[in-house]
Design a protein around this ligand. Sequence first.
Ligand SMILES: [Fe+2]
Ligand SMILES: [Fe+2]
Length: 185
Amino acid sequence: MDYIEIKDQIIFTLKNMLTEARFYHCLRVAEEAQRLASRWGEEESKLYIAGLLHDCARDLPYQELIPLLPSYLGEEVYSIPAIFHALAGPAIVDREFGIKDYKIWHAIRWHATSCDMMSRFDKILFISDFCEPGREFPEANLIRKIAEKDWEEAYRRVLKDKLFFLLAHNFPIYSATWKAWNKIK
Ligand SMILES: [Fe+2]
Ligand SMILES: [Fe+2]
């Protein structure tokens, strides 16, 4: 599928699914992911589409996402609603956009939590979500600079930062995130 040909159609549908702020966040993540893909020799158009669609399920009600969570994820996911939109994201990408691309699905599924099977493609989306230019926290700027020189180091820092954030706020941490961390230690 030539994703660039259907880009405008995707953007039109997406705009009707999201709040305005979220829609523009998705556009910026897509642009950041495309820029990093070009820097590191990844598939630019695919990463652009993954960036556009990564949060497409974010404004849907939890009740709609729960039945779409794959059973292999285990019971623990039901206690972490903040990650439903990522884990159920591929089902929404398929249902609403007709996109059945495993690479895009995988990157979207793990964009919020990471996991121990992250490809470079997945990691670029993970980094872009954190450091798109609309992010106001100071680390975003730093990560953008690091990602220019060393995408693996940028990924490690984003993962570490997310873990710190979750712990500092007493939020639950999904086991896939711990596995992702242990994998790089
Ligand atoms: Fe997200
Ligand atoms: Fe996002």
